[in-house]
Write a protein that binds this ligand. Structure first.
Ligand code: NAI
Ligand code: COI
Ligand code: MG
Length: 360
C-alpha cells in the first residue's frame, strides 16, 4: 500500500532544506522501490500570510490523514510582532498537541568524518551516540494560565505555568525506558527536583517505573549539571529523558557536539508510532535564501520517518549511509566546514546525497 507523506516546508530555510529531502524521496521512489505519495501543506508564517492562521484547518486535516509528516522549520522576524495566537511557532506547538506527538526523539550522533567540526576535542566526542527523549506536549510551553498582565503596582509581568501530570510523565518515561532497552540500557532522567515540584513528581514517577525495566539502569541529574556534563563528558550519556523546556535547550547544546545544529534530526511520535519529523534547528533567517543551509538534519529526519513511521528500515539505512558517504567525500556546507575548507551549498549537498544513494 502506498504511504502518504505530508511535507510542511515552513519558513526561512525550511523550504530550501525540505526541497533537498524531497529530492531524496523522489530518488527512493524512482530507483529503490519506495511506494509513497507526497503532498504539501502550509504551516507557520507562510500559513499566516496565505490563510490567516499558523495551523490552518486544512493542514491539520491532511496531517491527520498522512502516515508521516516532514517539516522544515517555522518562524522568523517578519512575524515576531504579530498577535501571539498568530505567531508561526504557535502553529508548530498546536500541531504537536493536536496530533498527540508527546515523544520527541533527538539523537545526537557524531559522524566520524566530523570529529574536527565538533565544539569539543575529538577524543571527548569520538564515537558519541546518544539520544535525548524530550516530552513535547506538556510542561511550560503549554501550561495555563499564561500571558502578560499589569500588576497591582502598575508594572507589567509575563507569566507561564510549568505543570506535569503523572500520566504525562509516565508515558514519556515508558518511551524513554523502552528506547534505553533497545540501546545500551542507561537512562538519565534530567530535572530540577531540588527546586520544582513538577520535577519532584517527575523523579518519583521515573523511580516507580524503573523496576519494570530491570535491564535499564536509571540515574538522575539536575538540569544545570546536565548542561555542564554534556560539554564536559558527553559519552557518559546513553539516553536522557527530560521535560519540554529542558529538552529543547539540552538538544541544541548536544548539536554542537556533533559539529552543527544542521546535523541533528528529530522524530516526534504519538502513542501509535505515527510521527512528525523535523530538524532540531529553526528557520535560520540569518542564512535563508543564500543556499547556505545544511540540509542533512532534514535528510536524516527523513531517514527517521522511513524507519519509524513507514517501517522502511532498509531505505532509512540507505539514506543514512549516503549521508556518511558524502561526508566521507569531504563535502561540507559552511556550518560544518573547517577553517579554509572548501564549501558546497544546500542544493549541491542534496544532489550529492541523492548521487550517493546508489553507491551504498
Ligand atoms: N522547529 C522549529 O520550527 C523551530 C523554529 N524556531 C524559530 O526559528 C527562528 C530562528 O530561531 P533561532 O533562535 O535563530 O534558531 P535557529 O536554529 O533557526 O538558528 C540558530 C543558528 O543556527 C544556524 N542554523 C540553523 N539551522 C542551520 C542549518 N540547517 N544549517 C546551517 N546553519 C543553521 C542559524 O544560521 C543560526 O545562526 C525563530 O523564529 C524561532 O522561533 C526555532 C527553533 C525551532
Ligand atoms: C517553537 C519552539 C518550541 C521550537 C523549538 O525550539 C524546538 O522544538 O526545538
Ligand atoms: Mg529548539
Amino acid at each position: 500500500m502506498s504511504h502518504r507523506i505530508l511535507i510542511l516546508p515552513g519558513d526561512g530555510i525550511g523550504p530550501e532544506i525540505v526541497a533537498e529531502a524531497e529530492k531524496v524521496v523522489t530518488a527512493l521512489q524512482a530507483d529503490f522501490g519506495l511506494d509513497a505519495e507526497v503532498e504539501h501543506a502550509r504551516l507557520g508564517g507562510q500559513a499566516v500570510d496565505a490563510e490567516g492562521a499558523p495551523l490552518p484547518e486544512s493542514t491539520l486535516a491532511r496531517a491527520r490523514e498522512a502516515d508521516a509528516i516532514l517539516l522544515g522549520a517555522v518562524g522568523g522576524p517578519k512575524w515576531e510582532a504579530i498577535d501571539r495566537p498568530l505567531r508561526p511557532e504557535r502553529g508548530l506547538l498546536a500541531i504537536r498537541a493536536e496530533l498527540g506527538l508527546f515523544a520527541n526523539l533527538r539523537p545526537a550522533l557524531l559522524f566520524p568524518e566530523l570529529a574536527g567540526a565538533s565544539a569539543l576535542r575529538p577524543e571527548v566526542v569520538a564515537g558519541l551516540d546518544m539520544l535525548i527523549v524530550r516530552e513535547l506536549t506538556g510542561g511550560i510551553y503549554f501550561g495555563e494560565p499564561r500571558g502578560l498582565r499589569i500588576r497591582e503596582d502598575g508594572v507589567r509581568e509575563g507569566f507561564n505555568t510549568l505543570r506535569y501530570g503523572e500520566d504525562e510523565i509516565e508515558r514519556i518515561g515508558r518511551a524513554a525506558f523502552t528506547a534505553a532497552q533497545r540501546r545500551n540500557g542507561r537512562l538519565c532522567s534530567v530535572d530540577k527536583a531540588n527546586v520544582l515540584e513538577s520535577s519532584e513528581l517527575w523523579r518519583e514517577v521515573m523511580e516507580r517505573l524503573a523496576p519494570e525495566y530491570p535491564d535499564v539502569s536509571l540515574s538522575h541529574m539536575y538540569v544545570d549539571n546536565a548542561a555542564m556534563q554534556l560539554v564536559r563528558a558527553p559519552k557518559q550519556f546513553d539516553v536522557i529523558v527530560t521535560g519540554n523546556l529542558f529538552g529543547d535547550i539540552l538538544s541544541d547544546c548536544a548539536a554542537m557536539l556533533t559539529g552543527s545544529i544542521g546535523m541533528l534530526p528529530s522524530a516526534s511520535l504519538d502513542e501509535t508510532g505515527k510521527g512528525l519529523y523535523e530538524p532540531v534547528h529553526g528557520s535560520a533567517p540569518d542564512i535563508a535564501g543564500r543556499d547556505a543551509a545544511n540540509p542533512l538534519a532534514t535528510i536524516l529526519s527523513l531517514a527517521m520517518l522511513l524507519r519509524y513511521s513507514l517501517d522502511e528500515g532498509a531505505l532509512a539505512d540507505r539514506v543514512e549511509a549516503a549521508v556518511g558517504r558524502v561526508l566521507g567525500q569531504g563535502l561540507r556546507t559552511p556550518d560544518i566546514a573547517g577553517e579554509g575548507e572548501p564549501v558546497v551549498g544546500t542544493t549541491a549537498m542534496g544532489d550529492a546525497v541523492v548521487a550517493a544513494l546508489g553507491a551504498v
